[in-house]
Design a protein around this ligand. Sequence first.
Ligand SMILES: NC(=O)c1ccc[n+]([C@@H]2O[C@H](COP(=O)([O-])OP(=O)(O)OC[C@H]3O[C@@H](n4cnc5c(N)ncnc54)[C@H](OP(=O)(O)O)[C@@H]3O)[C@@H](O)[C@H]2O)c1
Length: 255
Amino acid sequence: MEKITFIGSGNVAQQLAPALKRCGYKIHEVCSRNAVTGKLLAKKVNASFTNDISSVEDTGGIVIIAVKDDAITEVVKKLPALENSLVIHTSGATDISSLKKKFKNCGVFWQIQTIKARTKVDFKKVPLVIEINNISSKQKLMKLAHSISKIVYSLNSQQRRVLHLGAVWVNNFPNHLYYLSESLLKKHHLPFEIFGPLILSTTESGMKNPKASQTGPAKRNDKKTMNAHLKLLPDKNYRDLYKLISKSIIKLYNP
Ligand SMILES: NC(=O)c1ccc[n+]([C@@H]2O[C@H](COP(=O)([O-])OP(=O)(O)OC[C@H]3O[C@@H](n4cnc5c(N)ncnc54)[C@H](OP(=O)(O)O)[C@@H]3O)[C@@H](O)[C@H]2O)c1
């Protein structure tokens, strides 16, 4: 049975370790600077726990670095050479070169989904992006990816960087706009839930053809309505964003 070691015990490790265990992998060790979450995870997946990164064992299996992006370089420096193991990180934004300098066999295993420690993830439906530094480890990483998800893409670091940036536009930015809309409605004692069906149908049609799905005053270049909206907005931040996004829409549909 392939042995897996986790470095870190945050959101991704808390979800990925039990999921891999369910797929038949042996979670050998959890190494975390956080003894509370680290021990909790180790107990959950029947693994040993350590907070001494220099003692991580070279099992010949897979070592998954699931720490925050900014800490990957520091963690790589502290880890032993791990010559017999495949060392991978789970970051969408971090180049494989951060691992290549130190590890003979290394790769990337990025999940395109928001992962929270307490919300169970159905990994079968989560697209995975993998990258590998040498052909001999490819089968090992492919097997890991396909054991857990039905959707696996093999891409290079540049392609992954672009995907990561694209994800900000479809995930982080719309969510911030939801928040601003919710705050605006709250000020007027209106329920945000009223937009549930609208959010779902916009997402569904936008997934198929975002350009054709666009509606609203900016698409029609309806100045009277846009000016009325601007007068209703509570502050400059709202007005600046409204103008900037409307300008982009007007430019696309009314060249
Ligand atoms: N969560 C997601 O939605 C998601 C999705 C796809 C990919 N990823 C990627 O997966 C990786 C982990 O993300 P996450 O959401 O699991 O992060 P997280 O919940 O913030 O957990 C990060 C882990 O890294 C540890 N850590 C932080 N700084 C460290 C350092 N300097 N040295 C050693 N350990 C350190 C933390 O320990 P402490 O508890 O002590 O801070 C914690 O165990 C990141 O590369 C992220 O980009 C995340």
